[in-house]
Design a binder for this molecule. Structure first.
Ligand code: PEP
Length: 249
């Protein structure tokens, strides 16, 4: 049985007080679930989240990190700094990092390697843009994103990889991939991994779907056999919506 995960990417939202309020609400209202629940607040609020969730099953993730150990990288955060405050999971390759901060496959390879070298878990995001889907190139795009950034990994490193398929056209747009589109792509991803590695790696890796998952559509998307949970943006900012999504798994 694969690990099922519901992760909330809070992006550049919630100040200190608002973070505390949402963490308290989530802790109080977290439904009974076998799925792992992760929240990813902004960097400055990570220590608060780690402290607040010390006795909780909710895990904390960072939204990004730099590949270097330390040094002259103004404004950046290293794996060691995250580990030092108790954060062991990091989201890498989010489409907003790719689009607005120029993160490409080569840079992401370095980041993935740096995180795994420190034994961190990586939630690796990837997915096609609207034009790529419309032209029918979405499978090739996704295959290349995986091949270029993570298919160099050794088999045993995959235990620390969580994949998040996030079609760019569905992120923050209110437009969701249909459950069938999500399943079709997730099955393709698993087949691609099986070809590059083996059945064990392909069957074992958790693949999340991300892109306008809401309380109203989560259950249908999560019901698909190759969808192991979700990476949730907007709907993870409201306790009721996020907990309803967690219940849906
Ligand atoms: C995301 O940012 O990873 C995401 C899926 O956002 P949203 O749920 O708002 O589409």
């Amino acid at each position: 049985m694969r690990t099922q995960i519901v992760a909330g990417n809070w992006k550049m939202n919630k100040n200190l007080e608002e973070t505390e309020v949402l963490l308290s609400e989530l802790s109080a209202k977290l439904p009974d679930t076998n799925a792992e629940v992760i929240v990813a607040p902004t960097f400055v609020n990570l220590p608060l989240a780690v402290n607040h969730l010390q006795n909780s099953v909710i895990q904390v993730a960072a939204q990004n990190m730099h590949f270097a150990e330390s040094g002259a990288y103004t404004g950046e955060i290293s794996a060691d700094m995250l580990l030092n405050i108790g954060v062991e999971t990091v989201i890498l390759g989010h489409s907003e990092r790719r689009a607005y901060f120029g993160e490409d496959d080569a840079l992401l390879t370095q980041k993935v390697d740096a995180a795994l070298a420190k034994n961190m878990r990586v939630i690796f995001c990837f997915g096609e843009e609207l034009g790529e889907r419309k032209s029918g190139g979405h499978f090739e795009v996704v295959e290349n994103q995986l091949k270029n950034a993570i298919f160099h990994l050794e088999k045993e490193q995959w235990k620390n990889i969580i994949l998040a398929y996030e079609p760019v056209w569905a992120i923050g747009t209110g437009e969701t991939a249909t459950p069938e589109q999500a399943q079709e792509m997730h099955a393709f991803i698993r087949k691609t991994i099986e070809e590059a590695y083996d059945e064990e790696v392909a069957a074992g890796v958790t693949i999340l779907y991300g892109g306008s998952v809401k309380p109203g559509n989560a259950e249908e998307i999560f019901s698909k056999p190759d969808v192991d949970g979700g990476l949730i943006g907007g709907a993870s900012l409201k306790c009721d919506d996020f907990t309803t999504i967690i219940k849906a798994i």
